[in-house]
Design a protein. Structure first.
Length: 301
Protein backbone atom coordinates (compact mmCIF):
# COMPACT_ATOMS: atom_id res chain seq x y z
CA UNK A 1 0.00 0.00 0.00
CA UNK A 2 2.87 2.37 0.79
CA UNK A 3 4.16 1.96 -2.76
CA UNK A 4 0.75 2.83 -4.22
CA UNK A 5 0.59 5.87 -1.93
CA UNK A 6 4.02 7.03 -3.12
CA UNK A 7 3.06 6.49 -6.75
CA UNK A 8 -0.09 8.59 -6.37
CA UNK A 9 1.89 11.33 -4.62
CA UNK A 10 4.66 11.32 -7.24
CA UNK A 11 2.21 11.62 -10.15
CA UNK A 12 -0.06 14.32 -8.73
CA UNK A 13 2.03 17.17 -10.14
CA UNK A 14 1.59 15.75 -13.66
CA UNK A 15 -2.18 15.25 -13.49
CA UNK A 16 -3.99 17.97 -15.51
CA UNK A 17 -5.60 20.62 -13.34
CA UNK A 18 -9.11 19.86 -14.61
CA UNK A 19 -8.76 16.25 -13.41
CA UNK A 20 -7.48 17.29 -9.99
CA UNK A 21 -10.41 19.67 -9.87
CA UNK A 22 -12.85 16.84 -10.55
CA UNK A 23 -11.62 15.04 -7.46
CA UNK A 24 -10.92 18.12 -5.36
CA UNK A 25 -14.42 19.54 -5.78
CA UNK A 26 -15.76 16.93 -3.40
CA UNK A 27 -13.47 18.27 -0.66
CA UNK A 28 -13.32 21.98 -1.60
CA UNK A 29 -16.47 24.10 -1.79
CA UNK A 30 -15.23 26.18 -4.74
CA UNK A 31 -13.18 29.28 -5.45
CA UNK A 32 -15.47 32.02 -4.18
CA UNK A 33 -17.04 32.88 -0.84
CA UNK A 34 -20.46 32.41 -2.47
CA UNK A 35 -19.53 28.78 -3.22
CA UNK A 36 -18.62 28.19 0.41
CA UNK A 37 -21.86 29.85 1.58
CA UNK A 38 -23.83 27.53 -0.72
CA UNK A 39 -22.05 24.51 0.82
CA UNK A 40 -22.68 25.81 4.35
CA UNK A 41 -26.40 26.29 3.60
CA UNK A 42 -26.57 22.74 2.22
CA UNK A 43 -24.86 21.42 5.37
CA UNK A 44 -27.31 23.38 7.53
CA UNK A 45 -30.18 21.61 5.76
CA UNK A 46 -28.54 18.34 6.89
CA UNK A 47 -28.32 19.47 10.50
CA UNK A 48 -24.61 20.45 10.48
CA UNK A 49 -22.88 23.68 11.43
CA UNK A 50 -19.66 24.71 9.69
CA UNK A 51 -16.30 26.37 9.85
CA UNK A 52 -15.01 28.37 6.85
CA UNK A 53 -11.41 27.81 5.80
CA UNK A 54 -9.92 30.17 3.23
CA UNK A 55 -7.28 28.11 1.42
CA UNK A 56 -3.76 29.51 1.50
CA UNK A 57 -0.79 29.06 3.80
CA UNK A 58 2.94 29.72 4.04
CA UNK A 59 2.58 33.12 2.36
CA UNK A 60 5.79 34.71 1.10
CA UNK A 61 4.76 38.39 1.14
CA UNK A 62 3.03 40.48 3.76
CA UNK A 63 0.55 41.72 1.11
CA UNK A 64 -0.79 38.15 0.87
CA UNK A 65 -1.21 38.04 4.64
CA UNK A 66 -3.07 41.38 4.55
CA UNK A 67 -5.31 39.95 1.82
CA UNK A 68 -6.10 36.92 4.01
CA UNK A 69 -7.13 39.25 6.82
CA UNK A 70 -9.39 41.25 4.47
CA UNK A 71 -11.05 38.11 3.07
CA UNK A 72 -11.60 36.57 6.50
CA UNK A 73 -13.19 39.81 7.73
CA UNK A 74 -15.56 39.53 4.77
CA UNK A 75 -16.34 35.93 5.73
CA UNK A 76 -17.24 36.99 9.27
CA UNK A 77 -19.43 39.80 7.92
CA UNK A 78 -21.18 37.37 5.57
CA UNK A 79 -21.80 34.82 8.35
CA UNK A 80 -23.33 37.63 10.38
CA UNK A 81 -25.42 39.07 7.53
CA UNK A 82 -26.78 35.66 6.49
CA UNK A 83 -27.25 34.40 10.06
CA UNK A 84 -25.18 31.25 9.35
CA UNK A 85 -24.35 28.76 12.10
CA UNK A 86 -20.63 28.93 11.33
CA UNK A 87 -17.28 30.21 12.51
CA UNK A 88 -13.85 30.45 10.86
CA UNK A 89 -10.64 28.42 10.94
CA UNK A 90 -7.33 30.12 10.15
CA UNK A 91 -3.74 29.08 9.53
CA UNK A 92 -1.16 31.38 11.08
CA UNK A 93 1.27 30.93 8.18
CA UNK A 94 -1.42 32.51 5.97
CA UNK A 95 -1.25 35.54 8.29
CA UNK A 96 2.52 35.82 7.87
CA UNK A 97 3.75 33.80 10.86
CA UNK A 98 6.93 32.77 9.07
CA UNK A 99 7.60 36.31 7.81
CA UNK A 100 7.22 38.23 11.06
CA UNK A 101 5.53 36.81 14.15
CA UNK A 102 4.69 40.23 15.58
CA UNK A 103 2.94 41.37 12.40
CA UNK A 104 1.12 38.06 12.15
CA UNK A 105 -0.04 38.50 15.73
CA UNK A 106 -1.31 41.99 14.89
CA UNK A 107 -3.40 40.69 11.99
CA UNK A 108 -4.85 37.81 14.02
CA UNK A 109 -5.61 40.16 16.90
CA UNK A 110 -7.58 42.40 14.51
CA UNK A 111 -9.49 39.42 13.16
CA UNK A 112 -10.35 37.93 16.54
CA UNK A 113 -11.43 41.36 17.76
CA UNK A 114 -13.67 41.76 14.70
CA UNK A 115 -15.14 38.29 15.33
CA UNK A 116 -15.77 39.26 18.94
CA UNK A 117 -17.77 42.34 17.94
CA UNK A 118 -19.94 40.05 15.76
CA UNK A 119 -20.30 37.39 18.48
CA UNK A 120 -18.27 34.91 16.47
CA UNK A 121 -15.32 32.62 17.08
CA UNK A 122 -11.93 31.97 15.47
CA UNK A 123 -10.26 28.54 15.54
CA UNK A 124 -6.50 28.51 14.95
CA UNK A 125 -5.56 25.40 12.93
CA UNK A 126 -2.32 23.66 13.91
CA UNK A 127 0.34 23.40 11.21
CA UNK A 128 3.63 21.47 11.16
CA UNK A 129 5.65 21.00 14.35
CA UNK A 130 7.95 23.91 13.42
CA UNK A 131 4.95 26.20 14.06
CA UNK A 132 3.64 24.63 17.29
CA UNK A 133 5.46 26.83 19.84
CA UNK A 134 4.65 30.06 17.99
CA UNK A 135 1.00 29.02 17.61
CA UNK A 136 0.69 28.34 21.34
CA UNK A 137 2.43 31.68 22.10
CA UNK A 138 0.01 33.62 19.90
CA UNK A 139 -3.01 31.80 21.31
CA UNK A 140 -1.93 32.47 24.92
CA UNK A 141 -1.24 36.13 24.13
CA UNK A 142 -4.70 36.63 22.64
CA UNK A 143 -6.27 35.08 25.73
CA UNK A 144 -4.12 37.20 28.06
CA UNK A 145 -5.43 40.27 26.22
CA UNK A 146 -8.94 39.19 27.13
CA UNK A 147 -10.00 37.66 23.82
CA UNK A 148 -11.90 34.49 24.73
CA UNK A 149 -13.56 33.88 21.37
CA UNK A 150 -10.53 32.01 20.07
CA UNK A 151 -9.56 28.36 20.22
CA UNK A 152 -6.78 26.16 19.00
CA UNK A 153 -6.07 22.74 17.57
CA UNK A 154 -3.82 20.08 19.06
CA UNK A 155 -2.58 17.00 17.20
CA UNK A 156 -2.71 13.56 18.83
CA UNK A 157 0.26 12.30 16.81
CA UNK A 158 2.63 14.74 18.54
CA UNK A 159 4.41 13.28 21.56
CA UNK A 160 4.26 16.67 23.30
CA UNK A 161 0.47 17.08 23.16
CA UNK A 162 -0.35 15.58 26.58
CA UNK A 163 2.14 17.97 28.18
CA UNK A 164 0.71 20.90 26.19
CA UNK A 165 -2.78 20.16 27.54
CA UNK A 166 -1.37 20.21 31.10
CA UNK A 167 0.51 23.45 30.48
CA UNK A 168 -2.56 25.16 28.98
CA UNK A 169 -5.02 23.96 31.64
CA UNK A 170 -5.10 27.38 33.33
CA UNK A 171 -6.63 28.91 30.19
CA UNK A 172 -9.34 26.20 29.79
CA UNK A 173 -8.94 26.46 26.01
CA UNK A 174 -11.57 25.56 23.46
CA UNK A 175 -9.85 22.79 21.56
CA UNK A 176 -10.13 20.86 18.35
CA UNK A 177 -8.35 17.51 18.65
CA UNK A 178 -7.22 15.83 15.41
CA UNK A 179 -4.67 13.14 14.58
CA UNK A 180 -2.43 15.53 12.59
CA UNK A 181 -1.82 15.73 8.85
CA UNK A 182 1.85 16.72 8.41
CA UNK A 183 4.73 14.31 7.98
CA UNK A 184 6.82 14.63 11.15
CA UNK A 185 10.03 12.97 12.33
CA UNK A 186 9.70 10.03 14.70
CA UNK A 187 11.30 12.00 17.57
CA UNK A 188 8.35 14.39 17.64
CA UNK A 189 5.43 12.27 16.46
CA UNK A 190 4.01 8.80 16.98
CA UNK A 191 4.05 6.89 13.70
CA UNK A 192 2.08 3.80 14.56
CA UNK A 193 -1.67 4.12 13.87
CA UNK A 194 -2.65 2.41 17.09
CA UNK A 195 -0.25 4.52 19.19
CA UNK A 196 -1.83 7.64 17.70
CA UNK A 197 -5.30 6.35 18.61
CA UNK A 198 -4.20 5.56 22.17
CA UNK A 199 -2.80 9.07 22.55
CA UNK A 200 -5.95 10.57 20.97
CA UNK A 201 -8.17 8.87 23.57
CA UNK A 202 -5.88 9.86 26.43
CA UNK A 203 -5.58 13.51 25.33
CA UNK A 204 -9.33 13.76 24.69
CA UNK A 205 -10.02 12.59 28.22
CA UNK A 206 -7.45 15.03 29.64
CA UNK A 207 -9.06 17.92 27.75
CA UNK A 208 -12.49 17.12 29.16
CA UNK A 209 -11.01 16.59 32.64
CA UNK A 210 -9.55 20.11 32.40
CA UNK A 211 -13.05 21.48 31.67
CA UNK A 212 -12.40 22.35 28.04
CA UNK A 213 -14.84 22.44 25.13
CA UNK A 214 -13.57 19.94 22.55
CA UNK A 215 -14.16 19.57 18.84
CA UNK A 216 -13.62 15.83 18.30
CA UNK A 217 -12.21 15.99 14.74
CA UNK A 218 -11.91 12.57 13.18
CA UNK A 219 -13.41 10.23 10.58
CA UNK A 220 -11.82 7.16 12.16
CA UNK A 221 -14.72 4.94 13.28
CA UNK A 222 -12.73 3.75 16.32
CA UNK A 223 -12.16 7.32 17.50
CA UNK A 224 -15.71 8.40 16.74
CA UNK A 225 -16.76 5.55 19.00
CA UNK A 226 -14.23 6.66 21.64
CA UNK A 227 -15.71 10.16 21.41
CA UNK A 228 -19.25 8.85 21.88
CA UNK A 229 -18.08 6.75 24.86
CA UNK A 230 -16.25 9.52 26.72
CA UNK A 231 -19.12 11.94 26.20
CA UNK A 232 -21.58 9.36 27.58
CA UNK A 233 -19.33 8.35 30.52
CA UNK A 234 -18.82 11.95 31.54
CA UNK A 235 -22.48 12.83 30.88
CA UNK A 236 -21.43 15.81 28.76
CA UNK A 237 -24.08 18.09 27.26
CA UNK A 238 -23.84 19.63 23.78
CA UNK A 239 -22.27 22.79 25.17
CA UNK A 240 -19.08 20.84 26.07
CA UNK A 241 -18.23 19.17 22.77
CA UNK A 242 -18.94 18.72 19.10
CA UNK A 243 -17.79 16.29 16.42
CA UNK A 244 -15.96 17.75 13.43
CA UNK A 245 -15.36 16.36 9.94
CA UNK A 246 -13.97 17.54 6.63
CA UNK A 247 -16.27 18.42 3.72
CA UNK A 248 -17.01 15.37 1.57
CA UNK A 249 -15.55 12.77 3.94
CA UNK A 250 -17.41 9.88 5.67
CA UNK A 251 -20.81 11.48 5.13
CA UNK A 252 -22.57 8.34 6.42
CA UNK A 253 -20.91 8.54 9.85
CA UNK A 254 -21.62 12.27 9.86
CA UNK A 255 -25.35 11.73 9.24
CA UNK A 256 -25.46 9.03 11.92
CA UNK A 257 -23.92 11.35 14.54
CA UNK A 258 -26.37 14.11 13.64
CA UNK A 259 -29.30 11.72 13.93
CA UNK A 260 -28.07 10.75 17.42
CA UNK A 261 -28.30 14.40 18.44
CA UNK A 262 -24.57 15.28 18.50
CA UNK A 263 -23.51 18.69 17.29
CA UNK A 264 -21.49 18.25 14.10
CA UNK A 265 -19.32 20.89 12.45
CA UNK A 266 -18.02 20.49 8.91
CA UNK A 267 -14.76 22.12 7.82
CA UNK A 268 -15.45 23.89 4.52
CA UNK A 269 -12.31 24.86 2.57
CA UNK A 270 -12.65 27.27 -0.34
CA UNK A 271 -10.54 29.70 -2.33
CA UNK A 272 -8.49 30.24 -5.46
CA UNK A 273 -5.53 28.44 -3.90
CA UNK A 274 -7.29 25.04 -4.09
CA UNK A 275 -4.92 23.45 -6.62
CA UNK A 276 -1.72 24.30 -4.78
CA UNK A 277 -3.42 23.21 -1.55
CA UNK A 278 -4.46 19.81 -2.94
CA UNK A 279 -1.08 19.11 -4.51
CA UNK A 280 0.76 20.11 -1.35
CA UNK A 281 -1.49 17.99 0.88
CA UNK A 282 -1.17 14.95 -1.36
CA UNK A 283 2.58 15.27 -1.55
CA UNK A 284 2.86 15.74 2.19
CA UNK A 285 0.59 12.87 3.03
CA UNK A 286 0.23 10.31 0.24
CA UNK A 287 -2.24 8.31 2.36
CA UNK A 288 -4.77 11.09 1.69
CA UNK A 289 -4.22 10.53 -2.05
CA UNK A 290 -5.29 6.94 -1.60
CA UNK A 291 -8.52 8.01 0.16
CA UNK A 292 -9.21 10.47 -2.62
CA UNK A 293 -8.63 7.97 -5.42
CA UNK A 294 -10.66 5.28 -3.66
CA UNK A 295 -13.39 7.85 -3.02
CA UNK A 296 -13.52 8.63 -6.73
CA UNK A 297 -14.13 4.99 -7.58
CA UNK A 298 -16.68 4.56 -4.80
CA UNK A 299 -18.55 7.58 -6.08
CA UNK A 300 -18.64 6.21 -9.59
CA UNK A 301 -19.91 2.83 -8.38
C1 LIG B 1 -12.44 19.26 11.11
C2 LIG B 1 -11.02 18.87 10.93
C3 LIG B 1 -10.02 19.81 11.11
C4 LIG B 1 -8.67 19.45 10.99
N1 LIG B 1 -7.70 20.37 11.30
C5 LIG B 1 -6.42 19.96 11.29
C6 LIG B 1 -5.39 20.83 11.75
O1 LIG B 1 -5.61 21.97 12.17
N2 LIG B 1 -4.10 20.38 11.71
C7 LIG B 1 -3.79 19.11 11.27
O2 LIG B 1 -2.62 18.73 11.28
N3 LIG B 1 -4.76 18.27 10.81
C8 LIG B 1 -6.05 18.67 10.82
N4 LIG B 1 -7.02 17.81 10.41
C9 LIG B 1 -6.63 16.56 9.68
C10 LIG B 1 -6.43 15.39 10.62
O3 LIG B 1 -5.29 15.62 11.39
C11 LIG B 1 -6.26 14.07 9.87
O4 LIG B 1 -5.17 14.04 9.08
C12 LIG B 1 -7.42 13.64 9.00
O5 LIG B 1 -8.63 14.13 9.44
C13 LIG B 1 -7.52 12.13 9.00
O6 LIG B 1 -7.56 11.62 10.30
P1 LIG B 1 -8.74 10.74 10.82
O7 LIG B 1 -8.89 10.97 12.29
O8 LIG B 1 -9.95 10.99 10.01
O9 LIG B 1 -8.22 9.23 10.69
P2 LIG B 1 -7.70 8.43 9.42
O10 LIG B 1 -7.32 7.09 9.93
O11 LIG B 1 -6.67 9.19 8.67
O12 LIG B 1 -8.98 8.33 8.52
C14 LIG B 1 -10.10 7.50 8.86
C15 LIG B 1 -10.92 7.30 7.59
O13 LIG B 1 -11.47 8.56 7.19
C16 LIG B 1 -11.40 8.71 5.78
N5 LIG B 1 -10.60 9.91 5.50
C17 LIG B 1 -9.82 10.57 6.36
N6 LIG B 1 -9.30 11.68 5.79
C18 LIG B 1 -9.77 11.71 4.52
C19 LIG B 1 -9.61 12.60 3.42
N7 LIG B 1 -8.88 13.72 3.51
N8 LIG B 1 -10.24 12.31 2.27
C20 LIG B 1 -11.01 11.22 2.16
N9 LIG B 1 -11.21 10.35 3.16
C21 LIG B 1 -10.60 10.58 4.33
C22 LIG B 1 -10.84 7.43 5.23
O14 LIG B 1 -11.92 6.60 4.87
C23 LIG B 1 -10.10 6.83 6.39
O15 LIG B 1 -10.04 5.44 6.33
C24 LIG B 1 -8.35 18.12 10.57
C25 LIG B 1 -9.35 17.17 10.38
C26 LIG B 1 -10.67 17.52 10.59
C27 LIG B 1 -11.71 16.46 10.43
Amino acid sequence: MALLDRLIAASIGFIPKFMVRRVAWRYVAGEALDDAVTAVNDLASRGCCATFDLLGEFVKESAQADAALTEYRAVLDRIHADGLDANISIKLTAFGLLLDEEEAYGRVHQLVTHASTLGNFVRIDMEDSGCTDATLRIYARLRQEGLDNVGLVLQAYLRRTGADVEALAGLTPSYRLCKGIYVEPEEVAFKDAEEIRVNYRSVLDAMFAAGSYVGIATHDPALVEAGRAVVAERGLANDRYEFQMLLGVTEGIRAQLVSEGHRLRVYVPYGRDWHAYCVRRLKENPRIGRYVVLGLFRRGA
